[in-house]
Design a protein around this ligand. Structure first.
Ligand SMILES: NC(=O)c1ccc[n+]([C@@H]2O[C@H](COP(=O)([O-])OP(=O)(O)OC[C@H]3O[C@@H](n4cnc5c(N)ncnc54)[C@H](O)[C@@H]3O)[C@@H](O)[C@H]2O)c1
Ligand SMILES: [Zn+2]
Length: 386
């Protein structure tokens, strides 16, 4: 399996995703990029900080010393080491993915004199990655950043493609920028400390990749479900590479989501609406799984998928521990929330549907009635009363 993928933009190499379980490889990559001579701040969250941040800071401090980096007037940390990156921990959780936290982060960067040559490391899940990328895109009109994703969701999906941003008053990812990292370092060992519900959350995006683009990968996922659940590192590595290749192909073709990249929103219109409706009490992946089932149901209703195909897709989420129905859904409210999702343009909701497994397309004919019928389908209460 590949130990590196290169993501291109406008035909030229833009950044690499490097797969390794040895932090020395990270050190070598930072050296290759000339980053050991530069100052950096590790942005993480309060859960990941005690697990991994010190280790990464130590590695960079030692490597900076060896590279002869002059710390200049950098403030020393508690250990008196001025070559050591500072660690900034955002409170963990989607509810903190907002502009207030970005404001606190800007203040920290300003007070500690980070300049244009400094870079940020996003060490954490998709929330940390999206926020750090957004801060990097905007601080001093843009400074470099790298991604060290620590959740399955972030390794498989959110750390690549350059979408960064925050939620605004509960609306998902309403404020943001396209901004590419300089490196993505994916270490599957990080996944070992991830608790079950967060681990499986990443499968929704992985399944999405297979459903929209690659039937063969979809079968591979079914065949390897037990190794994946057991966190077999070799199988997880192969799965990440395959998911990343699919995302790479889509984002290289359409980096700014003018058309094809919209396919990656499969399951997200209804998924995001449920995420907001449930006030972020469900994980992103759980909501995406529900959204994928709903979108597959609409594809069946519109006669693209057979009933058997729809059932098979729906039931595929179950062994991976993802929901295919949910209780206490207010259908009218969720329908209203789908309209404020960014996928609505000129009053038309751009819905991603499936012609078959591995073949997604953009549809603009999905009606409110279709969405309400799909919500009936994933409504546990309704199904169990009827
Ligand atoms: N930019 C994109 O293209 C893109 C794509 C998909 C999703 N997203 C975004 O990603 C976010 C979801 O990401 P997520 O699922 O990674 O959530 P997350 O970042 O909130 O991480 C989930 C939880 O796991 C903890 N955690 C992270 N790594 C850990 C580890 N190795 N061990 C133990 N605990 C760990 C975190 O502290 C958090 O509590 C959403 O905001 C979503 O909108 C962005
Ligand atoms: Zn997503």
């Amino acid at each position: 399996m590949a130990d590196r993928l290169t993501i291109h933009k406008d035909g030229t190499a833009c950044y690499d995703i490097v797969y390794a379980t040895d932090l020395q490889v990270l050190r070598d990559e930072l050296q290759r990029l000339g980053f050991l001579e530069r100052r950096c701040c590790i942005i993480t969250d309060t859960n990941v900080a005690p697990l991994y941040a010190e280790r990464i800071a130590d590695l960079i401090a030692r490597a900076g010393d060896q590279a002869g980096r002059d710390p200049g007037s950098d403030p020393s940390d508690a250990k008196g080491n001025s070559n050591r990156p500072q660690i900034y921990a955002i409170p963990a959780g989607e509810e903190h993915k907002n502009l207030d936290e970005i404001r606190s982060l800007y203040r920290f960067l300003i007070e500690n004199h980070y300049d244009r040559k400094s870079y940020l490391i996003a060490l954490g899940g998709g929330v940390v990655g999206d926020m750090t990328g957004f801060a990097a895109a905007t601080y001093l009109r843009g400074i470099d950043f790298i991604q060290i994703p620590t959740t399955l969701l972030a390794q498989a999906d959110s750390s690549i493609g350059g979408k960064t941003g925050v939620d605004f008053e509960g609306y998902k990812n309403m404020v943001g920028a396209f901004y590419m990292p300089k490196l993505v370092f994916a270490d599957v060992e990080f996944l070992k400390s991830l608790e079950g519900r967060q681990f499986v959350s990443g499968f929704a995006e992985i399944m999405k990749h297979a459903l929209i683009k690659d039937e063969e990968y979809y079968s591979w996922l079914i065949d390897h479900q037990y190794e994946i659940q057991d966190k077999d590192l070799v199988v997880l590595h192969e799965m990440l590479v395959r998911s990343n290749e699919i995302k790479r192909d889509v984002v290289e073709k359409d980096p700014y989501e003018k058309k094809d990249r919209m396919l990656l929103n499969f399951g997200h219109t209804i998924g995001h609406a449920i995420e907001k409706f449930k006030d972020f009490s469900l994980t992103h992946g759980e909501c995406v799984a529900l959204g994928c089932v709903a979108a597959a149901f609409i594809s069946y209703q519109k006669k693209y998928l057979s009933w058997e195909e729809y059932y098979e897709i729906r039931d595929m989420f179950v062994p991976f521990g993802l929901p295919i129905s949910e209780t206490a859904l207010d259908h009218e409210e969720i329908l209203r929330l789908t309209k404020s999702d960014k996928k609505t343009q000129d009053g038309l909701t751009r819905f991603i549907l499936l012609r078959s497994v591995g073949d997604a397309f953009i549809d603009t004919t999905v009606t409110d009635t279709d969405i309400l019928a799909a919500l009936d389908e994933i409504d546990w209460d309704k199904k169990n009363v009827d």
